[in-house]
Each structure stands twice: as C-alpha cells, then as structure tokens.
Unconditional design. Structure first.
Length: 235
C-alpha cells in the first residue's frame, strides 16, 4: 500500500489531499493458480484486457498489475513455479551480453511444460531497417523510434542497444539452458537471405502486437516484423 499526497492551491490556502494506491508485491502471487509473468509494464488501453491474468515486471511500479522488478536481476521465486513468461520488445533494450543470464533465470522459474514467449524487432524488416541510422557499410547504429539517443557512437537513454536478427537470437538460446532442455519454435523472422518466415502463432498463449496479424504496417504484403520464439521447458 502506497500513500500518495497531492497539494492543491486554492486562493490563499494550500490543501493537502492524501490517498492510497495499491501496488502489487511478490507476496501477492497466488501459486494455486497459473502464474503468468510479463516483462515490462502491462500494456495500457484496450490491450490491457489481453493481459488481465499476467503480472507485469516493471521498472516503474504503476498499479496492482505490476511488480517493481528489473528482469536482469534474479526473481525472488522458487524453481518451477511459473506457467508462462512473455517478453515483448524488451530484450533489445538490454545489453546483449547480459541476456543469457536473463534467459537462464526465466528457465529456472518455468514449470516443466511452461512457455517462454519472446518477441523482439527483426531488423531485416524493411520498415525497421529503413528508419534506422546506419554507417557507410549499412550496419545499424541507432533506431530513433526505439527511444534513447545516439551520443558519441553509443545508444544511451534507454534505446535499442542491439538490433536483433535470427542469428543473434539463436545464439542467445544456444548459450542458455533452454538450448538442450527445451523445445524451441522460431515462428516469425527473416532468414539470412531476407525471406520472411511467418509460422502460425497461437495468440491465446500471449498477444503480440508487432506482427502482420495486428500491425497494419506489415499486413500488405504480409510479412514478419518481429522475431517470435516459443520455448517450452521440457517435462
């Protein structure tokens, strides 16, 4: 329970108003029900209803749907207790070298048979590639729509610090505990020849916004925008 205070100035008087808002805590997790975790704050607006059973892991603890947690840190949860973990458009904001330990922690808390659903932008998508700042060889340096700033040859301020392709995502999984102990499905991506691969996504297991099914920018022609991976922990 968090106390919030607002000061109102009315004429010559200052009025203090206080109210309490409830922010979720780890002790609120009910392990008698399926446990679904979502990396980041639960989306706002109409998409919020799509994640009503999820717990957000947010850096800005916002409301009763989110717990304050940096996903780079260990989860204060026992092994094999989470049914589903989803990360959409989050991993690209974390330094690549830190992500194997993040994957291993997700693997640890997943139940046998549990699902980790990952989606990150695929920078072979024409929309993402064309909007990005590149060097003289065509290598991406900065995506201005991924937040942050490009200063002194480096992305700062919370932007995309690496630019995913299927090869870089595969290497992460190959270096993690998921590789030999899970069943991994690469559903959407561009291959090394730039061909769009769009396998069937079961959205009942977690909504993904940046796919041709939900983002009109890649609907015609129907093509991938994100790298989408489903990894099931072996039973």
């Amino acid at each position: 329970m968090k106390r919030n205070i607002i000061f109102l100035i009315v004429g010559c008087f200052i009025i203090e108003l206080s109210f309490y808002s409830y922010a979720a805590q780890w002790q609120d997790v009910n392990f008698s029900r399926p446990v679904y975790l979502y990396a980041g704050s639960i989306p706002k607006g109409i998409r919020r209803s799509l994640f009503k059973c999820y717990i957000g892991l947010a850096l800005d603890k916002r409301d009763k749907l989110d717990i304050y947690h940096d996903i780079r840190n260990p989860l204060p949860l026992p092994d094999n207790c989470v049914d589903r973990y989803q990360a959409e458009d989050v991993f690209e904001h974390i330094e690549y070298e830190e992500l194997v330990s993040v994957l291993d922690e997700i693997y640890r808390v997943l139940k046998p048979g549990g699902l980790f659903r990952l989606s990150v932008p695929d920078y072979r998508c024409d929309i993402l590639y064309n909007r990005s700042l590149k060097d003289s060889l065509g290598n991406i340096l900065f995506d201005p729509e991924g937040k942050g700033r490009y200063e002194n040859g480096k992305v700062v301020g919370g932007g995309h610090v690496w630019f995913p392709t299927i090869e870089s995502v595969c290497k992460l999984f190959e270096a993690s505990k998921f590789f030999s102990r899970s069943i991994i499905h690469y559903l959407h991506y561009y291959d090394t020849n730039g061909k769009s691969i769009t396998g069937r996504i079961d959205y009942s297991k977690g909504h993904i916004q940046r796919t041709p099914d939900h983002d009109k920018r890649v609907r015609n022609p129907y093509r991938a925008m994100s790298i989408v991976v489903d990894a099931y922990k072996k039973e």
